[in-house]
Structures are given as structure tokens and as C-alpha cells.
Design a protein around this ligand. Sequence first.
Ligand SMILES: [Fe+2]
Length: 250
Amino acid sequence: MENFLYENMVDIHCHLLPNIDDGPTAWEESLEMARLAVQDGIRVAVTTPHWIQGTKWEPQPDKIRDKVREFNERLKEEKIPLTVLSGMEVGISENLPELVSSGRILTLGDSNYLLVEIPFISLPLGIEEIIFKLKTIGISPILAHPERNKEIQKNPKRVLELVKIGALVQVTAGSFCGYFGEKAKCCVLELAKFGVLHAVASDAHSVDNRPPIVTDGLRVLEQFIGGEQIELLLANAYSLIEKESGLIRL
Ligand SMILES: [Fe+2]
């Protein structure tokens, strides 16, 4: 099988900013993660700190923007060819539409796409209503790693229902390698078979345990859907953010 070269990629879900969530704890580690990302072929990373209502993780958008600005300056100084954009991984809640409208939470690279985290056990009641309401205000929710949710692992077709009403799907590259267990691996391959993957991201948190690497997962996926389909998937990640963020395609 032809070995495709994956380069100039966009990672739409990673935790690269220091001291803001359970990601890195120092700029040195953030920069090291950036080096790893670049080595892996990533050129743009939308950094997505957790934002979960009513917890210690409710970072102000301005705080994230300031850190992203500083990060990009440091990357330039260190001559690391990575561009970082601001975003959030927002825990699902009924009032997501109001939170977006009031500017309390950030979309991906100031686009119309919002990265939404669902619980790891079950899907919240009324998830369809939340998706529907977001769509009516022009926001497309992207479900973060649904393959790691137990209810979806039992019934992957549930994702099809959510996609039908307007949700998009981001899966974690490590799921293809079995890093999140056999059930997550089976589930993510099932979703690939259904043709409902919109983006593969690293969900990186650190240099060691969860690095910003996507190619190992893409190589596994490549065996199932072929390199050309993966290239379409990678182009998709660009189209998710390039329009509104003014990102120039590399
Ligand atoms: Fe995450």
C-alpha cells in the first residue's frame, strides 16, 4: 500500500497552553509539545482548554487569547513553525447557545464551529435540543471524541442520529491505536465505516503521556479507508476553521 505523507495538518483539539487546565504546566513543556506537533506534520493547532460550567475550569476568553498571543510570539522566537489559534473544549450544557451568544465561550479559531465535550458515560437528555438550538444561531457543534463515550460504544449508530441533525464528529487519533481501550478502538473504526468522521485530532495534554501526534492513528485508519480518504479528512479540518479565522491555507 502506498505510504501517504501527512503534512501541513491542522489539529483542532489539543491542550497546549500552560497552567490553564490539565495540560502542560510550564511554557517549556508547551514549546516542547509544539516541536513534537511540527515533527508530526502539524502546522496549525487550535488549542482548546477545558471549559466546564461550575468548575475551576471556566477560563476567561481574554485569558486564552492573551496566552495564545504569547505562545505565538515564543514560537517565533524559537523558530518553531507552528501557528496556534484559540478555542475551547466546552462541556455540554443546556445553555450553550446563550454562552456562545454572550461571548463567554470561544469557538474554534473564532469560526462558527464549537468543540463540545460529552460525558464519558452517557449522553445527556436533550442533547438533540442543544444541537438544534446551536444550529439555529449559526453554530455547528463538533462532538469531541464520541468514541470514548460508553453509551456510544454500545450503540455507535447513536452518532448517526446526532450527525443527521447537524453535529460534526472529531475523534482522537490515539483511539485508532487502542490507547483508550479496545471498545474505543472498535467504536472509532465503526464510525469510520459509517463515514461520519469530520476530523481526527490529537487531544494532546503533555509531552510524554499524551503528545500532539496524529500520524500513528492516521496510519491505522489508512488501512481501513485508504490514504486518499484521509487526505480529504485533513482538508476538512482546514475548512472547519480557515474561513472565519482568515487562515491562509499552507
Ligand atoms: Fe480534550
